[in-house]
Design a protein around this ligand. Structure first.
Ligand code: LLP
Length: 416
C-alpha cells in the first residue's frame, strides 16, 4: 500500500495535490511519500519480529540523503556497494556498525575507509578479496568482520539483467567452493568470520527461489559447524519484488514466515535482509509534463519532459510501469499513446501503448518510480537531473534541487 491516491479525481501525494507540488517546483520531478517509506521499512522490521535481525536498506535503490536519514532514524542498517554509498550513509546519520558492504570490486581505498569507520561486515565475493581485506586489516591493526557471498545456483525467475544467483553470474563463490574459502578465512589472522551472505536477484515475485537458496545455505552452515566455524548471522540479501502492474509480490511477513520454517533450530542466528525496491519503489512517482502531442499514421505520441536519462528502467529492462493522469477532472479525449521523452534515441520511452486522457501542458505520473529511478539517472543529452521532493503529510521538501547549467560542466576543463 502507498500514499499516492486520487481524491476528487486529483492525484494526491499524502495530503498534497501532486499538481500543486509540480506547479510550485517544476518538472520532471520525483515525488516521494515519507509515510510510504516508513510503512514499508516497518513491514520488514515487524515481519522479523522477535527473531534477532537487522534490516539493511539497499542504498543503491535510492541513495538520496533525505531517504537515508529517514531510514537511519528508524534504526535501519544499510547495504552499500561503494565508498560513495558509505559516505552518503555517514552524512545522513547512519550508524557504520549497521553497514554491510557488498559488491564484487571493492578497491583498496574502499576497504580501508570501511575498516576505519568500523562497518558491521564485508560481504566478500572472492578469495582474492578475502586476502586483500586481510592485508589491509593487518596494516591498520584491526580485525575485519566478514561473511562470504555464496552463489547458490538458483534461478530467480526474474529479468536476466537483475538475476545474480546463477553459476554463470559474476557474483559470489559457489556453494561447493565456499566451505574451502571459509576454512582459509579461519586461518587468516586479521579476519573475523561473522556470517554467510547471499543475494540471488531482484524483483522476485515468488518465494520458492529464496527457499531453495536458504536450503542450500543451511546445508553449508551445518558443514561449517563440523569444521568448527560458528556463524553469527545469515544475510539473505534483497530482492523481494513489488507490484508494478498485476504482479502478486509476496509480503515481507509471508517471506519471513517461510524463512523461519527453514531456520528451525537456528533461533539465535541473526537474520540480515537487504531490501531496496520493496521499500522505495512504490514510495515514489516521476511526474512529467506533456510538452507535445503528435500523431502519425501508426501512433499517437505523448512527448514528455522526462526521458530515459531520468528513468532508464523501460529502456534497459523493458520494464512496464504504470502511467497515470495527475488530474482526472479535466475534459480530455482518451487515446492510446506511446509516452516518449526528449532524448534522441528510439529506446527513450516511459511506456508504450498507454490509454491516457491528456492534452498538451498536462502532467502525468509514472508510478513505482522510487526505486532505481533517480539512482540510475544520468545527464545524457546534457539534461540536468530531475528534482526530488519528499512529501510528509501536508508538507513538501525539496530534497534535490535542479542543477544549473554551469554545474553540468563544473568538473570539466579546457585544454590549455
Ligand atoms: N543486495 C545486493 C547485494 C544487491 O545487489 C541488490 C540489488 C540488493 C541488495 C537490493 O535488491 P532489491 O531489494 O532492490 O531487489 N536496476 C535494477 C535492479 C538492480 C538490482 C541490483 N542489486 C532495476 O531497476 O530493476
Amino acid at each position: 500500500m502507498d500514499f499516492f491516491q486520487y481524491k476528487n479525481n486529483q492525484l494526491m501525494a499524502e495530503n498534497l495535490l501532486v499538481s500543486q507540488i509540480v506547479k510550485e517546483y517544476g518538472t520532471p520531478a520525483y515525488i516521494y511519500s515519507k509515510a510510504t517509506l516508513v510503512r514499508h521499512w516497518n513491514a520488514f522490521n515487524d515481519a522479523l519480529g522477535e527473531h534477532p535481525h537487522l534490516i539493511c536498506f539497499a542504498v543503491k535503490s535510492n541513495p538520496n540523503i533525505a531517504i537515508l536519514n529517514i531510514m537511519a532514524t528508524l534504526g535501519s542498517g544499510f547495504d552499500i556497494v561503494s565508498q560513495g554509498e558509505l559516505e552518503r550513509v555517514l552524512v545522513a546519520g547512519g550508524d557504520p556498525k549497521k553497514v554491510v558492504f557488498s559488491g564484487v570490486a571493492k578497491s583498496v581505498t574502499e576497504i580501508t575507509r570501511a575498516l576505519e569507520v568500523g562497518i558491521r561486515c564485508f560481504n566478500v565475493e572472492s578469495l582474492s578479496e578475502l586476502y586483500r581485506i586481510n592485508d589491509i586489516a593487518k596494516k591498520l591493526g584491526k580485525k575485519a568482520p566478514i561473511s562470504l557471498r555464496v552463489n547458490p545456483d538458483v534461478d530467480a525467475h526474474t529479468h536476466p539483467y537483475i538475476s545474480t544467483g546463477l553459476k554463470e553470474n559474476k557474483f559470489g563463490v559457489t556453494v561447493e567452493r565456499a566451505r574451502e574459502v571459509y576454512n582459509i578465512a579461519k586461518q587468516l589472522e586479521y579476519i573475523e568470520i561473522e556470517g554467510l551472505d547471499c543475494h540471488i536477484g531482484s524483483q522476485l515475485t515468488e518465494l520458492q527461489p529464496f527457499l531453495d537458496a536458504t536450503d542450500r545455505l543451511v546445508i553449508l552452515i551445518k558443514q561449517l559447524e563440523q569444521d568448527g566455524i560458528q556463524l553469527k548471522h545469515l544475510d539473505l540479501g534483497g530482492g523481494l519484488g513489488v507490484t508494478y502492474t498485476d504482479e502478486k509480490a509476496p509480503l515481507p511477513s509471508e517471506y519471513a514466515k517461510t524463512i523461519f520454517e527453514k531456520l528451525k533450530g537456528y533461533e539465535n542466528l541473526e537474520i540480515i535482509l537487504e531490501p531496496g525496491r520493496a521499500i522505495t519503489a512504490n514510495a515514489g512517482i516521476l511526474v512529467t509534463k506533456v510538452e507535445y502531442l503528435k500523431t502519425n499514421e501508426e501512433r499517437h505520441f505523448a512527448i514528455v519532459d522526462a526521458g530515459m536519462n531520468d528513468m532508464l528502467r523501460p529502456a534497459l529492462y523493458q520494464a512496464y510501469m504504470n502511467i497515470i493522469e495527475v488530474d482526472r477532472s479535466l475534459e480530455r479525449e482518451t487515446r492510446i499513446y506511446d509516452v516518449v521523452g526528449p532524448i534522441c534515441e528510439t529506446s527513450d520511452f516511459l511506456g508504450k501503448q498507454r490509454q491516457l486522457a491528456i492534452a498538451e501542458g498536462d502532467f502525468i505520473a509514472q508510478r513505482s518510480a522510487g526505486a532505481y529511478g533517480a539512482s540510475m539517472a544520468s545527464n545524457y543529452n546534457s539534461r540536468p537531473l530531475a528534482i526530488e521532493i519528499m512529501v510528509d503529510d501536508d508538507k513538501s521538501h525539496l530534497i534535490k534541487r535542479r542543477a544549473s547549467f554551469e554545474e553540468l560542466w563544473r568538473l570539466e576543463a579546457l585544454v590549455k
